[in-house]
Write a protein that binds this ligand. Structure first.
Ligand code: GLY
Ligand code: MN
Ligand code: MN
Length: 461
């Protein structure tokens, strides 16, 4: 937890931005995996963490701007809870840690909101993403579940996004810790991978390291010899020489700040020439995209420049041809690079995705493309100091997509389909780092994690 002052300042800014009304924030609850008492690992809601800091289930909080009150709704543990789960500070003491003086029992929330509504206060809430909280909101506010997302408060969303987008020095320090734990996980995977191992052995090892780091995974491990499947959570393949392993995984710290790193390495001690050629194209695109990061630049331009650079590399290898400006403008590169260059990262790996990408990654000046590939870009807007984002170009050979495009004769003037035959079982390569936008440029977070061919091969030896 940060100091009480941090949370007080954040809430004060919210009040200043919203000016009036009542802001309702629901924390998360325990959720049963296969029965109610056998719960998933508890993860607090990130907006609740940001403004109220308390990392416990079953809480809600209200900022009543009209009556200048901040109230946390929650219950002290019963003796039965203490017997099974151990003692913990009472609600009053927990609230004090985040600078809140008023605590009320959970059952009082409903009447509190009723009174506020009666007195004419607008109740602002954020879009719910968990079904239990949807049901709680439905009962509290008498809004049908299907209408809850649409009834969330846009001014509240915008005010939260404005604050959370710009990371403070203490948040950046926490994010460096997340990247450092994540970096150690990647180095361990690169060192330990052996021909004959099952992917799950590596996936389990890195998950253990995330937990040992004091927190948890920031998202389910992606680790596969089938790197062309972008979010592949299957870990049953056996590593074979000649294949590459794509590992996309990260830790979140005990305070829930996320790391999100990808590395791709050969199962053998060295990349083959074919693998190395594609790897160097992706690495060059990643390094150049990072170099272009500074305030005022739009991330859409950085994304398009990375696409263009990778298209040039693919043309040099004979896999693309023709006018590349035209090819990239029309989206032909998306056969190989069908996702966005990156996203904001912070308390969430895709930071604030619950609040809506249109508010987080886009602006009045930069709107979302509808073109296959570019449409998946989560962050496109102008960059500002304090933003932390991922840079994650990749090149993939997805047999089903290649076959579909070839059958439809798509972009034949830009794509050399006969040459692609030799790449059907290539897999995919992605390289991802986490970068802070500074006043003058950028800084890659954490200690460097090996990514040059010679560095990766040195670890594999
Ligand atoms: N780890 C998911 C992503 O890179 O967006
Ligand atoms: Mn990732
Ligand atoms: Mn990412």
């Amino acid at each position: 937890m940060f100091s009480a002052n941090t949370y007080q300042i954040r809430r004060a800014r919210l009040k200043k931005d919203l000016k009036s009304g009542l802001l309702l924030l629901l924390g998360n609850n325990e959720i049963g995996m296969n029965y109610a008492g056998n719960t998933y690992h508890f993860r607090q809601d990130s907006n609740f963490l940001y403004f109220f800091g308390i990392d416990k289930p079953g809480l809600a909080a209200v900022i009543d701007i009209d009556n200048d009150r901040e109230v946390i709704f929650g219950d002290d543990l019963s003796m039965e809870d203490i017997v099974w789960m151990g003692a913990m500070p009472g609600m009053k003491a927990l609230a004090e840690q985040v600078g809140v003086r008023e605590v009320l029992p959970s059952r009082r929330l409903s009447s509190f909101l009723r009174k506020a509504k009666k007195s004419g206060s607008a109740v602002h809430f954020l879009p719910p993403y968990r079904h239990d909280n949807m049901l709680i909101l439905k009962d509290l506010l008498h809004i049908p579940v299907a209408k809850l997302k649409g009834s969330a408060s846009e001014v509240f969303i915008r005010a939260v996004v404005a604050q959370r987008s710009s990371k403070s020095a203490e948040e950046i320090a926490e994010m460096e810790r997340a990247v450092d734990i994540t970096g150690a996980m990647h180095v361990a995977a690169m060192k330990d991978a052996r021909e004959g191992q099952v992917e799950a052995q590596l996936a389990g090892m890195v998950e253990g390291m995330a937990v040992a780091g004091g927190g948890n995974l920031s998202y389910p491990v992606i680790l596969s010899v089938n790197g062309q499947i972008l979010h592949n959570h299957f870990h049953g393949n056996i590593l074979k020489k000649g294949q590459m392993v794509l590992g996309d995984f990260g830790a979140e710290t005990a305070m829930h700040y996320a790391g999100d790193i990808t590395r791709t390495f050969p199962v053998a001690g060295k990349f083959t020439t074919k693998q190395r050629d594609i790897y160097e194209i992706v690495l060059d695109a990643e390094i150049n995209a990072i170099a272009a990061l500074r305030p005022g630049t739009t991330y859409k331009d950085v994304h398009m420049a990375a696409a263009r650079r990778m298209a040039e590399g693919l043309k040099a290898l004979g896999l693309m041809h023709g006018d590349l400006d035209e090819a990239v403008a029309l989206g032909a590169h998306a056969l190989f690079f069908p996702h966005g260059l990156g996203h904001m990262i912070g308390l969430d790996v895709h930071d604030m995705e619950d609040l809506g990408e249109q508010f987080v990654g886009y602006s009045d000046k930069v709107t979302r493309s509808t073109q296959f590939g570019t449409a998946y870009l989560r962050l496109a807007r102008e960059l500002e100091p304090g933003f932390v984002l991922t840079v994650e170009p990749g090149i993939y050979f997805i047999p089903q997509l290649i076959d579909q495009w070839r059958r439809k004769k798509m972009f034949e003037n830009f794509i050399n389909y006969p040459a692609l035959k030799k790449y059907r079982d290539f897999g995919g390569i992605r390289i991802e780092d986490n970068v802070l936008i500074t006043e003058k440029g950028h800084r890659v977070l954490g200690a460097p994690i090996p990514k040059r061919v010679e560095e990766v091969e040195a670890l594999r030896r």
